[in-house]
Design a protein around this ligand. Structure first.
Ligand code: SF4
Ligand code: SF4
Length: 170
């Protein structure tokens, strides 16, 4: 593993940028690892979340992580926020870093797919379950925006006006 050279200007810049993007608690982290221990993203094999993401940012590795896909493995469950003894709110750090990645168009393919699903159906994750629903006595079409043209148009208008829309994804 290459040695990490600590550069105080780079560290200051990294901390300032992540705080400006919403990760305001980053400096309170004591690297205890409680957040990573409960993070489903880490358990699923996305290692650079919670403690590890914060460690790298506190080392000044801000731009270096731009292509890191782990951040897109965050499920926004906020278990990390609940267990952190320092009030860091690690999920906010993760989402702050995602904002930077999104501004650089550094999306993982999984993130792009979920955004496109959201635009098309109103759901980040959507599967056609008609036959399965009918099997258990439910109408084939669930009462959701996926089958409601008016709701879809409203969602698309909102997304077109959002920062995601400004990135030209849709
Ligand atoms: S909010 Fe994200 S980073 Fe925090 S525990 Fe859940 S998946 Fe992990
Ligand atoms: S639980 Fe809080 S203090 Fe501990 S590593 Fe995670 S963010 Fe840092």
């Amino acid at each position: 593993m290459p040695a990490i050279i600590l550069d105080s200007e780079k560290i200051k810049d990294s901390v300032r940028r992540i705080m400006d993007l919403g990760g305001t608690g980053v400096l309170k982290c004591v690297q205890c690892g409680a957040c990573s221990a409960v993070c489903p993203g880490v358990k699923a094999g996305f290692p650079v979340l919670c403690r590890m993401l914060i460690k790298k940012l506190l080392e000044g590795q801000f731009e270096e992580l731009v292509e890191e896909t782990s951040t897109w493995g965050c499920q926004a469950c906020n278990r990390c926020t609940e267990v952190c003894p320092q009030g860091v709110r690690p999920q906010e750090v993760v989402f702050a870093y995602r904002r930077y990645q999104a501004s650089e168009l550094a999306f993982s393919s999984s993130a792009t797919t979920s955004q496109m699903n959201l635009y098309g159906t109103g759901h980040a994750v959507f599967t056609e379950a008609g036959p399965l629903r009918e099997k258990v006595g439910l109408p084939a079409k669930a009462p959701t925006s996926a089958y409601d043209e008016k709701a879809q148009k409203e969602i698309q208008t909102l997304l077109d006006d959002s920062p995601m829309g400004e990135l030209g994804l849709f």
